[in-house]
Design a protein around this ligand. Sequence first.
Ligand code: PMP
Length: 363
Amino acid sequence: MTTKNPRLRATLAGIPAYRAGTAAAATDGAEPHMLSRNESPYPPLPGVMETVAATAASVNRYPDLACTRLVRELSEHFGVPLSHVATGTGSVGVAQQLLQATSGPGDEVLYAWRSFEAYPIITQISGATSVRVPLSSDGRHDLDGMLSAVTERTRLIFICNPNNPTGTVVHRAELERFLDQVPDDVLVVLDEAYREFVSDTRAPDGIELYRERPNVCVLRTFSKAYGLAGLRVGYAIAHDPVAEALRKTAVPFGVSQLAQDAAIASLRAEEQILRRIDVLVRERARVRDALSAQGWTTQDTQANFVWLPLGRHSADFATACGTAGVMVQPIPGEGVRVTIGEREANDVFLKVAADFSRRPGGR
Ligand code: PMP
């Protein structure tokens, strides 16, 4: 046996592990409420469950490679050409394909920070260099700062709208101004993983912005509002060269037939999904109001989570939540992101927040 290890690409060194929002048992041994991954708290809709069960009978077969029916449904749903729809293993899978398609060593990938934690990871894997522009003090994208950071090496720009973890949105007018000034050969990715939860009418629908702009690509997912996080299916809407590049870089048969069929069934159950979104958005308002009443200052979140900028108290707060039976997502030294869940789970979190805010030096 030799003692040599296989040679791995140097760019992989130092890539942080993805924070998976791990579960820990509550003190009473009950299953914790998971408010750490921005998942839907609702079980799959009955029709979706039946579809998945029926498809399970043929998992000895490969899925439809081209996701033909799902692509057709999405193209009709959004009124976009078939060739502009590309699917992948979650929207993070599609984001990684976009990097494969555009960026490598010597190139720059620009995004706001703090934002979705996968951006630095997938950028580093591609070999390109991350250029991060800090969020403004109110947790929003600094689009002027981002424009100033564009260089001739910039290949891709992520705009996370709403932003994970702050929940803030970029408004339509400012985004249009930004897009007008970004060079045409730089791909702008509007990551709209949480778009369905947006109620602020100033926020753009990326799919409207993409139509006239060949360098804009919209990312959406079935993981959040549609409640299919466990099945791994997301998609991009983009003009032909970009969508075609996504088909070239896709993992063959990556989107399972279970995922394809469940996604179609969920799209067709839109009314029920919209009702669930409505309940969740009202619950989000209730949680924010309760936090304000406790004296917390939070951003105007438009996603299915709230962000508490707790700074050095973040880890303590997350531990207190865990002990009370709710798992939340701390970003040490910065803040804690808490997904809006069922009312009961939110109430446990709110109780911890109330106790914490009363603690000497608690906030
Ligand atoms: N984009 C953003 C902003 C996210 O927060 C997430 C999930 N945390 C994703 C993309 C990826 O979601 P998925 O791969 O499940 O579609």
